[in-house]
Design a protein around this ligand. Structure first.
Ligand code: C2O
Length: 534
């Protein structure tokens, strides 16, 4: 899910919890931690008609690229590779009944049907969709609050069968948590976006489209949702704008004891701690340090356990998904509701506007964590993580399949080179480890710095070049039998002129997108890099 990093609306902000192990000698004794889980209904996949779930089991081409520093891995695939099983949401018409608690006042979590096939996500054009910067919810201006209110009001005013409506958006969360879907190809198995490595990428994608919808409804494409800065002392209360009963951001189904100025307890377990405010803040900072630093030394530990199509759901959450993610949900939900609604239960959590601020901070934790150690805190590189895909509606009510489709490739030079330097050395995009069966006609195009490759016209400078395989026979002595059918090759594309034309010569990196055109799924790509060559 390499392109996920492009979705983040805010550049990585500095962490606010202490970055060295906090002292424990202040007379304050750390409490034993109890992990509090937000309940998420159990699968009910078995009750769904298998036929129905399989009806749309169509596997289109996945093009996944993972950023591995200067060396990216790309995989073009259609049929499932052996040992490669990324989770994919099947056609939404296979969405089935959710496993809701008896008290639930919703009947279904399925999104409104789409009469068109999903389109693959591409990065939006930066000129029409500017970079959005998410503000901390406790430090926004009155103007911002008014705008945000107007946006939520507009979403709430749309009918529930409009995928942009607040009700439909809130239901997205329920559908992906309460057993409405099965991973493509595995009818009867629950698709679950919690308790595994899908947690961060799913919620990033979900929030991303929620934010785009909100911005488009108020005519401000630069509008960004706020983040609840619960990791910083100033943000450890429910942000005031959500607690105002006259606001669109208010939800009566919350724990009344936790309205401001009550400080949140980031490892809340249903009981009120007997802390002074100062102790509570110290405690929260220790919790953050433990979850983000001590317990998260590697990508595999930070993101949570691998979860592939065919696996049982709930393979195991990462430290941040456990705490503070879970306790914050439960701290907000109303203990007097039968199932902790709204925030205290996943099926209803999306109905509280506070959910999106909570998750904007969870999303921020992903980027904060990466910033803590640029060398070892990297995204996962497992293709099954990179290729996992979700179906979500965008701000034009278009159904989008979002997954990794492009990769940022670092240039060997990050400065404008002189004419002489350029003449002596060409900057070359190298796509290596290309594997294709020699008897298969195959073609893919390589685009540079385009958010919308479909819009690039003939002769458009964003098209760097193409790979083509013309079917051909085997040489004598080698190449008989299955193994020998494949060839391994690479593609080298000169970039000097293109970078000039795209005015990208001063940039540190370029975004590369591979678009399969022919022989989809029959080509594999090993890596993408840029080198200087004579
Ligand atoms: Cu999808 Cu905070 O939960």
């Amino acid at each position: 899910m390499a392109s996920m990093s492009h979705l983040i609306a805010k550049p990585a902000p500095a962490a606010t919890f202490p970055l060295s192990s906090p002292r424990t000698s202040s007379g304050f004794r750390p409490r034993r931690v109890t992990v509090q889980r937000v309940s998420c209904a159990s699968p009910r996949g078995g009750e769904r008609s298998e036929q129905e779930a399989q009806k749309h089991d169509r596997r289109d081409v996945l093009l996944g690229l993972g950023a591995l520093g200067a060396n990216a891995t790309a995989t073009l695939m259609s049929a499932r590779r052996a040992g490669a099983n990324p989770i994919a949401t099947p056609d939404i018409s296979s969405c089935g009944p959710a496993d809701l608690p008896p008290s639930a006042n919703v009947l279904t979590c399925c999104p409104p049907p789409s009469n068109a096939l999903p389109v693959d996500f591409t990065l939006p054009d930066a000129t029409t969709l500017p970079l959005r910067t998410r503000p901390a919810a406790h430090s926004v201006t009155a103007d911002y609050v008014a705008k945000f209110n107007a946006g939520i009001a507009a979403m709430k005013a749309l009918p529930a069968d409009d995928p942009r409506s607040f009700a439909a958006q809130a239901s997205v969360h329920c559908a992906y948590c309460d057993g409405s879907y099965s991973p493509e190809g595995f009818p009867g198995v629950e698709l679950q976006v919690h308790n595994s490595w899908l947690f961060f990428p799913f919620h990033r994608c979900y929030l991303y489209f929620f934010e785009r919808i909100l911005g488009s409804l108020i005519g401000d494409p630069s509008f960004a949702v706020p983040f609840w800065n619960w990791d910083a002392p100033d943000g450890m209360r429910m942000p005031a704008m959500y607690a105002d009963p006259s606001s669109q951001l208010f939800d009566p189904r919350r724990d009344g004891r936790h309205a401001p100025p009550r400080l949140i307890n980031l490892d809340y377990n249903g009981r009120e701690p007997r802390f002074t405010d100062k102790q509570q803040v110290d405690h929260n900072l220790r919790v953050m340090y433990r979850q983000m630093v001590s317990l998260s030394p590697t990508p595999s530990l930070f993101f949570g356990s691998a979860y592939r199509a065919g696996d049982e759901p709930n393979q195991g959450p990462g430290p941040v998904e456990n705490i503070p993610h879970g306790p914050v949900h439960i701290w907000c939900g109303d203990p007097n509701q039968p199932d902790g609604e709204d925030m205290g239960n996943f099926y209803s959590a999306g109905f509280d506007p506070l959910f999106y601020a909570h998750h904007a901070n969870i999303d921020r934790m992903w980027s904060v964590w990466k910033g803590l150690d640029a060398r070892s805190h990297t995204d996962l590189t497992d293709p099954d993580w990179l290729d996992a895909s979700f179906l979500l509606y965008d701000e034009t009510s278009k159904l989008v399949r979002i997954r990794a489709t492009s990769v940022t490739v670092k240039r060997p030079v990050a400065v404008q080179r002189s004419k002489a330097e350029k003449a002596s050395k060409e900057e070359v995009l190298v796509i290596d480890g290309i594997e294709v069966d020699r008897d298969v006609a195959a073609k893919f195009d390589v685009f540079v710095n385009t958010e919308d490759h479909a819009a690039v016209g003939s002769g458009g400078r964003e098209l760097a070049g193409s790979f083509v395989n013309v079917p051909h026979g085997h040489g004598h002595g080698h190449g008989h039998g299955k193994k020998g059918r494949g060839i391994k090759t690479k593609l080298r594309l000169a970039l000097n002129e293109q970078l000039e034309d795209l005015k990208a010569e001063g940039d540190e990196s370029v975004v590369v997108t591979l678009v399969p055109r022919q022989g989809k799924g029959k080509v594999k790509v090993g890596g993408v890099k840029i080198e200087l060559m004579h």
